[in-house]
Design a protein around this ligand. Structure first.
Ligand code: NAP
Length: 251
């Protein structure tokens, strides 16, 4: 543990597994206490919290559907009350269904935008009074490669992730100088996918895409970029998107 963000407090949304879990562990490895948010899967959230505590820092699990404004505010208030402060917010929670454009039902479109775009807005707004009391506040939004390139079968996800870039830039303006706001855009990351109807499928675009480094990234590759943006070394960066995709744009 380097202790470079020791005794700070982070709220990481959607941290039950994969990238969210890796982000909590990367922050904990630098001495940060972590509030582990999950939507419903509290058992997996507790596994994340155990990985954090194994590094000698504190973890608290909170749950709730962040697309609901009241719940989003409750989650933030509970997180801040757990440690009496909030220094970092990582908006990582997402749902990423895949359907051809012509089959996307309006309800599904709304659901994706609610979790992937409305929730970062709601959670960030609720967190602001706490973050503004910190001397090192940072918000990191987790975007995605296809929000920049487009891809088939995910018009709703791509629209939300592209919107998150706009939200990042807008918030960087409005929250400066107290809070930095950046986006980390992962791409081609090997994560455990949830089975749908008993079948686990990789994203449609993975089959066609290559990158310069010739491998899939890990959740830890993404988490290190997030931790850097929360560290003292990242304090002069705001409004930016860091692309973690092994050079996918260049291949
Ligand atoms: P994941 O494994 O699918 O986990 C999603 C998380 O979001 C879970 O913790 C889930 O909680 C939570 N969540 C779902 N619905 C929610 C809701 N309504 N309110 C609050 N939380 C909710 O995620 P991942 O694959 O690690 O991806 C993490 C981030 O990286 C996402 O923003 C994703 O778009 C981005 N990303 C991932 C990849 C990749 O290759 N995986 C590539 C590009 C971008 P429960 O477990 O309780 O349901």
């Amino acid at each position: 543990m380097t202790g470079e963000i020791e005794r700070k407090v982070a709220l990481v949304t959607g941290a039950s597994r994969n990238i969210g879990r890796a982000i909590t562990v990367a922050l904990a490895a630098r001495g940060c206490n972590v509030v582990v948010h999950v939507a419903r899967d509290i058992a997996s959230g507790e596994e994340t919290a155990a990985a954090v505590r194994a590094l000698g820092v504190s973890a608290t699990v909170v749950s709730g559907d962040l697309s609901d404004p009241k719940t989003a505010a409750q989650v933030v208030n509970t997180a801040a009350a757990a440690y009496g402060r909030l220094d970092y917010l990582v908006n990582n929670a997402a749902i990423r269904p895949e359907s051809p454009f012509e089959s996307i039902k309006f309800e599904e479109w709304r659901d994706v935008l609610a979790v992937c775009l409305d929730a970062p807005f709601l959670v960030s707004q609720a967190a602001l009074p706490y973050l503004q009391k910190s001397d090192c506040a940072a918000i990191v939004n987790i975007g995605g490669l296809t929000g920049h390139t487009g891809a088939s079968h995910r018009a709703h996800v791509i629209t939300a992730k592209a919107g998150l870039i706009g939200l990042t830039k807008a918030m960087a303006h409005d929250l400066a100088p107290l809070v930095t706001v950046n986006c980390v855009a992962p791409g081609m990351i090997a994560t455990e996918r949830q089975a749908k109807d008993g079948v686990i499928t990789n994203p449609h675009h993975h089959a066609k895409r290559t990158n310069l480094l010739g491998r899939r990234g890990t959740p830890e590759d993404v988490a290190e970029a997030v931790a850097y943006l929360c560290s003292p070394g990242g304090r002069y960066i705001t409004g930016e998107t860091v692309h973690v995709n092994g050079g996918a744009y260049l291949s």
